[in-house]
Design a protein around this ligand. Structure first.
Ligand code: AMP
Ligand code: MG
Length: 323
């Protein structure tokens, strides 16, 4: 059975948080809001609890999980830190930036997908922070969706995918960012790798580091296995629309359109966002709506801009459109 609760976002009720923390400490699963997407949480240090995350999602066991912390002192217990970690955390935490560092033995292999590194982040959401704090443990949490599907960014989407699979779902309403965190590998301070673009724009990280982020070579890409799997995809096809591409010949009368500009073709419905931030924020919910209402496909506008959230947004659109 799954219980649900709606804590006050800015001042979460202690009874609700205690109940959720008890579940975490009894090796159970709690889905909770962050600022990026909803997470499916378990005690990151308890291998039996973490195994349940993989089972509930149907997630391949070599796809490592991000450990969510509520204060910086936890970081030193979990990984071998360096000056960069402190600097980046100081600038960007709580926020949508995940740091990959050499793991200490306390982090079970199952949590890190068998790797010698662990990924850490402090989420910018009072409900998430209160839960981690109360549980007194780092919480491993991938997105609270069945593996491969669009990440949930509202309560109904979490309920749809996770009802009956988790002990508790915390309703945090709609979320601010809407796509997952940016993941960077800082194990080698001379060569920082961008493993996954996301909610934290590349240029802000580069400004603080005073250096460019590197592209992982094929070996390092293997070290971030999540980037290999089919991801973010609704059950209907996603077609990419570049403004110079010509889709006029396709029959898109039953399609749903998402983007920031009016398309030059007719669709059954258009969801137009005022800017790219809002596009990222609403992308996955739009995918799920068009899927639920049995549209023939999604046509997603390709963001051409080269700053802010656009790199992360392009990554999600591209990967949701691949088989
Ligand atoms: P998700 O939980 O679905 O947002 O995915 C987390 C992603 O972060 C994984 O799929 C990996 O690509 C990346 N990640 C997590 N832990 C590590 C790690 N130890 N080393 C490299 N990448 C990681
Ligand atoms: Mg995910």
């Amino acid at each position: 059975m799954t219980i649900t609760a709606t804590p006050n976002k800015w001042n979460p009720e202690p009874e609700i948080i205690s109940c959720a923390a008890e579940i975490i400490n009894a090796s159970g699963l709690v889905a909770f809001p962050t600022e990026t997407v909803y997470g499916l949480g378990a005690n990151a240090l308890d291998p039996e609890a973490v195994k349940k995350i993989y089972e509930a999602k149907g997630r391949p066991s070599d796809n490592p999980l991000i450990l969510h912390v509520s204060n910086y002192s936890q970081v030193e217990e979990l990984v071998f830190t360096n000056e960069l970690a402190e600097k980046l955390a100081g600038n960007f935490w709580p926020g949508p930036l995940t740091l990959v560092l050499k793991a200490k033995n306390i982090v079970p292999l199952v949590t890190r997908g068998g790797l010698d590194t662990a990924a850490l982040r402090m989420p910018d959401n009072p409900i998430a922070l209160a839960l981690i704090e109360k549980a007194g443990k780092p919480i491993a949490a991938p997105s609270a969706n069945i593996s491969g599907r669009p990440s949930p960014t509202d309560f109904e989407s979490v309920l749809h995918d996770m009802c009956g699979r988790v002990e508790m779902i915390l309703d945090g309403g709609e979320l601010e960012i809407g796509i997952e965190s940016t993941v960077i590998d800082i194990t080698n301070p001379k060569k920082i790798l961008m493993l996954r673009p996301g909610g934290m724009p590349r240029e802000l990280i580069e400004e603080v580091l005073k250096m460019k982020l590197d592209v992982p070579d094929s070996l390092s890409a293997k070290r971030s296995p999540g980037t290999r799997y089919r991801h973010y995809a609704p059950e209907i096809p996603v077609i990419i629309y570049r403004r110079d591409s010509d889709l006029k010949n396709l029959d898109l009368k039953s399609a749903g359109y998402v983007g920031t500009h009016e398309p030059d073709f007719e669709t059954r419905e258009k969801i137009l966002f005022s800017d790219l931030k809002n596009y990222a924020r609403g992308l996955f919910a739009a995918f799920r709506k068009f899927e639920r209402e049995k549209f023939s496909c999604v046509v997603a506008e390709w963001p051409e801009e080269n700053s802010g959230i656009s790199e992360g947004l392009r990554d999600r659109i591209k990967r949701s459109s691949e088989d």
